[in-house]
Design a binder for this molecule. Sequence first.
Ligand SMILES: [Zn+2]
Length: 379
Amino acid sequence: MTAPCPACRAGALEVFFEARDVPVYANVQWPTAEAARAAARGDLVLGFCGRCGMIYNLAFDSARLEYDEAYENSLHFSPTFARFAEELARGLVERYGVRGKTVLEIGCGKGEFLSRLVELGDNRGIGIDPSCPGVEDPRVRVIPAYFSADRIDATPDLIVLRHVLEHVPDPHALLAEMRRVARPGTVVYIEVPNALFTLEDLGIWDLIYEHCAYYTPVALEGLVRRAGFSPRTVYAHYGGQFLSVEAVRNGGGARLEGEGAGLAPLVRAFAGRYREKIAYWRDTLERWGAEGRRVALWGAGSKGVTFLNLVGRERVCCAVDVNPRKQGKYVAGTGQEIVPPARLGALEVDTVLVMNPNYRYEIEETLAALGVQARTVLV
Ligand SMILES: [Zn+2]
């Protein structure tokens, strides 16, 4: 199966990987285990564009997703993530002199990052997000809607787009709208999951239905360039898991240069390596089950929910999350309860699966503080 590539509109997407019946929403938690198990499912049919390096889910149907207030994927309750966000905000304010300026954040979520940018540089903030109920900060104005240039009545000096582009079926159209609200010299900061981490380091738990698009560094840089922005820097951070581009609006778009070709061997090898990793974890959980171990998983986000659905349905007793908005609810597709760390002792858990190495230290510290004698295992 092939389809035209929506990012470069020149190459074709060739299918290289399929996974069926994954939950449509990894980041919606359910009020009961039954409702969680009955959650809607969809398919991943990933295609690769050898011209620009993009990866898309050909089975994605945006009509099946609605981002309302039930959508909860905030990571700000984790001190590790909060530190990362703080350094990022400070870096942007410093590098681009964002002081007394107007900052627009598209897909601002609950507005934590935008508020911080406003605070750090004494800026004005505009946030636009259909899932945002409002922000307390008086210097931040929130528009509860999907973004289009017509909805913004100011000219931003900095536009922030974090973890949005991977949800958007037509990224070129979104960047064109961003260009319309920008002035020459407006800085854009775009952050997405790093598809190279998924391909190279087998970050396979990041493959979720909500993400229709997966960006490799060359694909992101090329897309931004062709949309009329000049990339200043493209880099991976957060342990290689996130990919960012900082760019400035310029006079016109660039041409496609066929940047994706170098990725083809990695893409071809992916499905086989994916199957091996899944088999390893099925066997491991099976063995632990036979040994009578009580296993919990830490992190009821995309990675944790994907792991539970693919391999951990029966053998993992609960999911732990520090976000109180998730606690007491249930994991989409599999129905495990999401519990606060303090419950682990009573649940007699002896093994904690760490879904993200970035949080290992934080998790081990928390377990020690709670007096929970469980060993941590990196997934
Ligand atoms: Zn393409």
